[in-house]
Design a binder for this molecule. Structure first.
Ligand code: ATR
Length: 289
Protein backbone atom coordinates (compact mmCIF):
# COMPACT_ATOMS: atom_id res chain seq x y z
CA UNK A 1 0.00 0.00 0.00
CA UNK A 2 1.35 3.39 -1.01
CA UNK A 3 0.39 6.19 1.36
CA UNK A 4 0.89 9.59 -0.23
CA UNK A 5 -0.38 13.15 -0.06
CA UNK A 6 -3.74 12.14 -1.53
CA UNK A 7 -4.48 9.27 0.85
CA UNK A 8 -7.90 9.69 2.42
CA UNK A 9 -8.36 8.84 6.07
CA UNK A 10 -11.10 6.57 7.38
CA UNK A 11 -11.38 5.03 10.81
CA UNK A 12 -13.43 3.92 13.75
CA UNK A 13 -14.15 5.88 16.94
CA UNK A 14 -14.78 3.85 20.05
CA UNK A 15 -13.54 2.88 23.47
CA UNK A 16 -12.13 0.30 23.86
CA UNK A 17 -11.35 -0.95 20.36
CA UNK A 18 -9.13 -3.92 21.09
CA UNK A 19 -11.41 -6.43 19.37
CA UNK A 20 -12.71 -4.38 16.44
CA UNK A 21 -12.62 -6.23 13.13
CA UNK A 22 -13.48 -3.12 11.09
CA UNK A 23 -9.93 -1.90 10.38
CA UNK A 24 -8.95 -5.29 8.97
CA UNK A 25 -12.17 -5.74 7.00
CA UNK A 26 -12.01 -2.28 5.41
CA UNK A 27 -8.27 -2.13 4.75
CA UNK A 28 -8.31 -5.49 2.97
CA UNK A 29 -11.22 -4.35 0.81
CA UNK A 30 -9.59 -0.99 0.03
CA UNK A 31 -6.33 -2.69 -0.89
CA UNK A 32 -8.03 -5.23 -3.12
CA UNK A 33 -9.81 -2.47 -4.98
CA UNK A 34 -6.67 -0.33 -5.16
CA UNK A 35 -8.31 2.66 -3.47
CA UNK A 36 -6.13 5.32 -1.89
CA UNK A 37 -7.58 5.24 1.62
CA UNK A 38 -6.37 4.05 4.99
CA UNK A 39 -8.69 2.91 7.80
CA UNK A 40 -7.41 3.46 11.34
CA UNK A 41 -8.56 2.72 14.89
CA UNK A 42 -9.16 5.86 16.96
CA UNK A 43 -9.53 4.85 20.56
CA UNK A 44 -11.00 7.97 22.19
CA UNK A 45 -11.36 8.52 25.93
CA UNK A 46 -15.10 8.83 26.60
CA UNK A 47 -14.82 12.42 27.85
CA UNK A 48 -12.96 13.51 24.69
CA UNK A 49 -15.62 12.75 22.08
CA UNK A 50 -16.30 16.42 21.27
CA UNK A 51 -12.61 17.05 20.66
CA UNK A 52 -12.36 13.94 18.51
CA UNK A 53 -15.21 15.13 16.29
CA UNK A 54 -13.52 18.52 16.02
CA UNK A 55 -10.36 16.71 14.96
CA UNK A 56 -12.24 14.91 12.18
CA UNK A 57 -13.19 18.32 10.82
CA UNK A 58 -9.80 19.95 11.24
CA UNK A 59 -7.87 17.04 9.75
CA UNK A 60 -10.35 16.49 6.95
CA UNK A 61 -11.01 12.86 7.79
CA UNK A 62 -13.24 11.38 5.07
CA UNK A 63 -15.37 9.16 7.29
CA UNK A 64 -15.53 7.11 10.46
CA UNK A 65 -17.47 4.28 11.93
CA UNK A 66 -18.73 4.89 15.43
CA UNK A 67 -19.05 2.20 18.05
CA UNK A 68 -19.56 1.72 21.79
CA UNK A 69 -19.89 3.98 23.77
CA UNK A 70 -20.37 6.82 21.26
CA UNK A 71 -23.19 5.75 18.95
CA UNK A 72 -25.76 7.93 20.69
CA UNK A 73 -23.49 10.57 22.22
CA UNK A 74 -21.98 11.60 18.88
CA UNK A 75 -25.29 12.75 17.44
CA UNK A 76 -25.22 16.22 19.03
CA UNK A 77 -21.87 17.01 17.41
CA UNK A 78 -22.96 16.28 13.83
CA UNK A 79 -24.40 18.66 11.20
CA UNK A 80 -26.97 16.30 9.75
CA UNK A 81 -28.54 12.92 10.43
CA UNK A 82 -30.18 10.54 8.00
CA UNK A 83 -33.70 9.37 8.76
CA UNK A 84 -32.32 5.92 9.60
CA UNK A 85 -29.98 7.43 12.21
CA UNK A 86 -32.75 9.56 13.73
CA UNK A 87 -35.08 6.61 13.96
CA UNK A 88 -32.41 4.34 15.42
CA UNK A 89 -31.37 7.08 17.85
CA UNK A 90 -27.82 6.09 17.00
CA UNK A 91 -25.09 6.69 14.45
CA UNK A 92 -22.57 4.09 13.31
CA UNK A 93 -21.24 5.97 10.27
CA UNK A 94 -20.13 9.59 9.88
CA UNK A 95 -19.29 10.88 6.40
CA UNK A 96 -17.54 14.18 5.87
CA UNK A 97 -19.35 15.85 2.97
CA UNK A 98 -17.35 18.99 2.12
CA UNK A 99 -16.94 19.84 5.77
CA UNK A 100 -20.45 18.82 6.86
CA UNK A 101 -20.52 15.76 9.07
CA UNK A 102 -23.46 13.53 8.20
CA UNK A 103 -24.41 10.69 10.56
CA UNK A 104 -26.13 7.57 9.29
CA UNK A 105 -26.84 4.08 10.50
CA UNK A 106 -26.11 0.90 8.53
CA UNK A 107 -26.73 -1.63 11.33
CA UNK A 108 -30.40 -2.25 10.54
CA UNK A 109 -29.96 -2.28 6.74
CA UNK A 110 -26.95 -4.59 7.26
CA UNK A 111 -29.15 -6.98 9.22
CA UNK A 112 -31.79 -6.99 6.48
CA UNK A 113 -29.16 -7.57 3.78
CA UNK A 114 -27.81 -10.55 5.74
CA UNK A 115 -31.32 -12.03 5.97
CA UNK A 116 -31.81 -11.51 2.24
CA UNK A 117 -28.52 -13.18 1.46
CA UNK A 118 -29.67 -16.17 3.53
CA UNK A 119 -32.91 -16.27 1.52
CA UNK A 120 -35.10 -15.37 4.49
CA UNK A 121 -38.43 -13.80 3.56
CA UNK A 122 -39.45 -10.83 5.72
CA UNK A 123 -42.57 -9.49 3.98
CA UNK A 124 -45.74 -10.28 5.96
CA UNK A 125 -43.95 -12.31 8.64
CA UNK A 126 -44.45 -12.31 12.40
CA UNK A 127 -41.19 -11.56 14.18
CA UNK A 128 -40.08 -11.90 17.79
CA UNK A 129 -37.18 -9.75 19.00
CA UNK A 130 -35.35 -10.66 22.19
CA UNK A 131 -33.97 -7.48 23.76
CA UNK A 132 -34.92 -3.81 23.72
CA UNK A 133 -31.61 -1.93 23.54
CA UNK A 134 -29.89 -0.12 20.69
CA UNK A 135 -29.48 -3.22 18.52
CA UNK A 136 -33.15 -4.13 19.00
CA UNK A 137 -34.21 -0.66 17.92
CA UNK A 138 -32.14 -0.75 14.70
CA UNK A 139 -33.28 -4.28 13.83
CA UNK A 140 -36.94 -3.57 14.61
CA UNK A 141 -37.02 -0.35 12.62
CA UNK A 142 -35.48 -2.03 9.57
CA UNK A 143 -37.74 -5.07 9.82
CA UNK A 144 -40.78 -2.81 10.03
CA UNK A 145 -39.61 -0.97 6.93
CA UNK A 146 -39.00 -4.32 5.22
CA UNK A 147 -42.70 -5.05 5.58
CA UNK A 148 -43.03 -7.55 8.43
CA UNK A 149 -46.54 -8.07 9.73
CA UNK A 150 -45.80 -7.63 13.43
CA UNK A 151 -42.95 -7.33 15.92
CA UNK A 152 -43.18 -8.74 19.44
CA UNK A 153 -40.56 -7.61 21.94
CA UNK A 154 -39.41 -9.82 24.78
CA UNK A 155 -37.00 -8.20 27.19
CA UNK A 156 -35.73 -8.80 30.72
CA UNK A 157 -36.70 -5.22 31.61
CA UNK A 158 -40.35 -5.11 30.57
CA UNK A 159 -40.81 -1.32 30.63
CA UNK A 160 -37.94 -0.78 28.26
CA UNK A 161 -39.62 -3.12 25.76
CA UNK A 162 -42.91 -1.23 26.16
CA UNK A 163 -41.20 2.07 25.34
CA UNK A 164 -39.49 0.60 22.28
CA UNK A 165 -42.65 -1.12 21.05
CA UNK A 166 -44.60 2.14 21.36
CA UNK A 167 -41.94 4.02 19.46
CA UNK A 168 -41.63 1.51 16.61
CA UNK A 169 -45.40 1.16 16.31
CA UNK A 170 -45.90 4.92 16.22
CA UNK A 171 -43.11 5.65 13.74
CA UNK A 172 -43.58 2.79 11.30
CA UNK A 173 -47.22 1.76 11.70
CA UNK A 174 -46.22 -1.88 12.20
CA UNK A 175 -48.16 -3.88 14.80
CA UNK A 176 -46.11 -4.26 17.99
CA UNK A 177 -46.56 -6.22 21.17
CA UNK A 178 -44.64 -6.89 24.37
CA UNK A 179 -44.62 -10.11 26.38
CA UNK A 180 -42.88 -11.00 29.63
CA UNK A 181 -39.37 -12.41 29.48
CA UNK A 182 -39.18 -16.17 30.16
CA UNK A 183 -42.94 -16.68 30.36
CA UNK A 184 -45.57 -18.94 28.81
CA UNK A 185 -46.54 -15.94 26.67
CA UNK A 186 -43.04 -16.05 25.17
CA UNK A 187 -43.60 -19.64 24.08
CA UNK A 188 -46.92 -18.75 22.48
CA UNK A 189 -45.60 -15.80 20.45
CA UNK A 190 -42.49 -17.63 19.26
CA UNK A 191 -44.64 -20.59 18.17
CA UNK A 192 -46.56 -18.22 15.91
CA UNK A 193 -43.49 -16.45 14.55
CA UNK A 194 -41.47 -17.05 11.40
CA UNK A 195 -38.36 -15.25 12.65
CA UNK A 196 -36.74 -14.96 16.09
CA UNK A 197 -33.91 -12.45 16.52
CA UNK A 198 -31.66 -12.29 19.56
CA UNK A 199 -30.42 -8.72 20.07
CA UNK A 200 -29.34 -9.23 23.68
CA UNK A 201 -25.72 -9.83 24.56
CA UNK A 202 -26.49 -13.29 25.94
CA UNK A 203 -24.09 -15.82 24.42
CA UNK A 204 -21.39 -13.33 23.56
CA UNK A 205 -17.78 -14.18 24.41
CA UNK A 206 -16.80 -14.79 27.19
CA UNK A 207 -20.31 -15.85 28.31
CA UNK A 208 -20.57 -18.40 25.51
CA UNK A 209 -22.66 -20.90 27.49
CA UNK A 210 -25.42 -18.34 28.04
CA UNK A 211 -28.53 -18.19 25.93
CA UNK A 212 -31.92 -16.53 26.27
CA UNK A 213 -34.36 -18.70 28.24
CA UNK A 214 -36.50 -20.43 25.59
CA UNK A 215 -38.65 -23.49 26.11
CA UNK A 216 -38.12 -26.49 23.77
CA UNK A 217 -41.51 -25.79 22.21
CA UNK A 218 -40.27 -22.47 20.82
CA UNK A 219 -38.11 -24.24 18.24
CA UNK A 220 -40.91 -25.18 15.88
CA UNK A 221 -40.36 -26.19 12.25
CA UNK A 222 -40.46 -23.17 9.99
CA UNK A 223 -38.84 -20.83 12.52
CA UNK A 224 -35.67 -19.02 11.41
CA UNK A 225 -33.40 -18.11 14.32
CA UNK A 226 -31.02 -15.19 14.00
CA UNK A 227 -28.47 -13.70 16.37
CA UNK A 228 -26.74 -10.33 16.25
CA UNK A 229 -23.93 -11.72 18.42
CA UNK A 230 -21.06 -12.70 16.10
CA UNK A 231 -18.43 -13.81 18.57
CA UNK A 232 -18.70 -16.78 18.71
CA UNK A 233 -20.09 -17.13 15.23
CA UNK A 234 -22.38 -19.95 16.31
CA UNK A 235 -23.86 -18.91 19.64
CA UNK A 236 -25.44 -21.46 21.92
CA UNK A 237 -28.85 -20.20 20.76
CA UNK A 238 -27.96 -20.83 17.10
CA UNK A 239 -26.45 -24.23 17.92
CA UNK A 240 -29.61 -25.25 19.72
CA UNK A 241 -31.75 -24.13 16.79
CA UNK A 242 -29.51 -25.89 14.27
CA UNK A 243 -29.59 -29.12 16.30
CA UNK A 244 -33.35 -29.00 15.97
CA UNK A 245 -33.08 -28.66 12.21
CA UNK A 246 -33.97 -24.96 11.99
CA UNK A 247 -32.42 -22.43 9.64
CA UNK A 248 -30.09 -20.01 11.42
CA UNK A 249 -28.54 -16.67 10.43
CA UNK A 250 -25.45 -15.68 12.39
CA UNK A 251 -24.29 -12.19 13.35
CA UNK A 252 -21.34 -12.20 10.97
CA UNK A 253 -23.63 -11.43 8.04
CA UNK A 254 -24.93 -8.31 9.78
CA UNK A 255 -21.40 -7.21 10.67
CA UNK A 256 -20.17 -7.71 7.12
CA UNK A 257 -23.13 -6.05 5.41
CA UNK A 258 -23.10 -3.04 7.73
CA UNK A 259 -19.42 -2.82 6.79
CA UNK A 260 -20.19 -3.14 3.09
CA UNK A 261 -22.85 -0.42 3.24
CA UNK A 262 -20.45 1.77 5.21
CA UNK A 263 -17.73 1.22 2.61
CA UNK A 264 -20.10 2.33 -0.11
CA UNK A 265 -20.94 5.52 1.82
CA UNK A 266 -17.24 6.25 2.31
CA UNK A 267 -15.97 5.48 -1.18
CA UNK A 268 -19.00 5.57 -3.47
CA UNK A 269 -17.87 2.20 -4.80
CA UNK A 270 -19.55 -1.18 -4.43
CA UNK A 271 -17.91 -3.15 -1.63
CA UNK A 272 -16.23 -6.53 -2.19
CA UNK A 273 -18.65 -8.28 0.19
CA UNK A 274 -17.26 -11.76 -0.39
CA UNK A 275 -13.74 -10.69 0.55
CA UNK A 276 -14.95 -8.79 3.62
CA UNK A 277 -16.88 -11.85 4.71
CA UNK A 278 -13.83 -14.09 4.28
CA UNK A 279 -11.60 -11.72 6.24
CA UNK A 280 -14.01 -11.61 9.18
CA UNK A 281 -14.83 -15.32 9.02
CA UNK A 282 -11.18 -16.28 8.91
CA UNK A 283 -10.32 -14.08 11.86
CA UNK A 284 -13.18 -15.39 14.02
CA UNK A 285 -12.39 -19.01 13.15
CA UNK A 286 -8.74 -18.47 14.08
CA UNK A 287 -9.74 -17.03 17.45
CA UNK A 288 -12.18 -19.82 18.19
CA UNK A 289 -9.78 -22.48 17.01
P1 ATR B 1 -27.07 -2.85 22.50
O1 ATR B 1 -26.85 -1.45 22.03
O2 ATR B 1 -26.00 -3.82 22.09
O3 ATR B 1 -28.43 -3.36 22.16
P2 ATR B 1 -27.91 -2.29 25.19
O4 ATR B 1 -28.67 -1.10 24.71
O5 ATR B 1 -27.11 -2.20 26.43
O6 ATR B 1 -26.90 -2.81 24.09
O7 ATR B 1 -28.96 -3.52 25.32
C1 ATR B 1 -28.58 -4.76 25.78
C2 ATR B 1 -29.79 -5.71 25.70
O8 ATR B 1 -29.37 -6.99 26.19
C3 ATR B 1 -30.97 -5.29 26.57
O9 ATR B 1 -32.15 -5.74 25.96
C4 ATR B 1 -30.69 -6.04 27.86
O10 ATR B 1 -31.82 -6.26 28.66
P3 ATR B 1 -32.30 -5.14 29.75
O11 ATR B 1 -33.02 -4.09 28.96
O12 ATR B 1 -33.16 -5.89 30.69
O13 ATR B 1 -31.04 -4.64 30.39
C5 ATR B 1 -30.19 -7.35 27.32
N1 ATR B 1 -29.36 -8.11 28.27
C6 ATR B 1 -28.08 -7.88 28.60
N2 ATR B 1 -27.65 -8.78 29.51
C7 ATR B 1 -28.71 -9.60 29.76
C8 ATR B 1 -28.93 -10.72 30.62
N3 ATR B 1 -27.95 -11.21 31.40
N4 ATR B 1 -30.14 -11.31 30.61
C9 ATR B 1 -31.13 -10.82 29.83
N5 ATR B 1 -31.00 -9.76 29.01
C10 ATR B 1 -29.81 -9.16 28.98
Amino acid sequence: MLIDVNTQILGILGYPLGHSLSPMMHNRALQQQGLNYVYLAFEVEPNCLGKAVQALRVLGVTGVNVTVPFKEAIMVYLDELTEEARMCGAVNVVKNRQGRLVGSNTDGPGFIAALQEAGVETGGQRVVILGAGGAARAVAYSLARAGVQSVTFVNRTYDRAVRLADFIGRETGVKTRVVEWDSSATIAVVQEAALLVNTTSLGMFPGIEDMPPLDERCFHPGLVVSDVVYNPRETRLLRTARDKGLQTVDGVGMLVYQGALTYEIFTGIKAPVQLMSEVVGHHLAKNEG
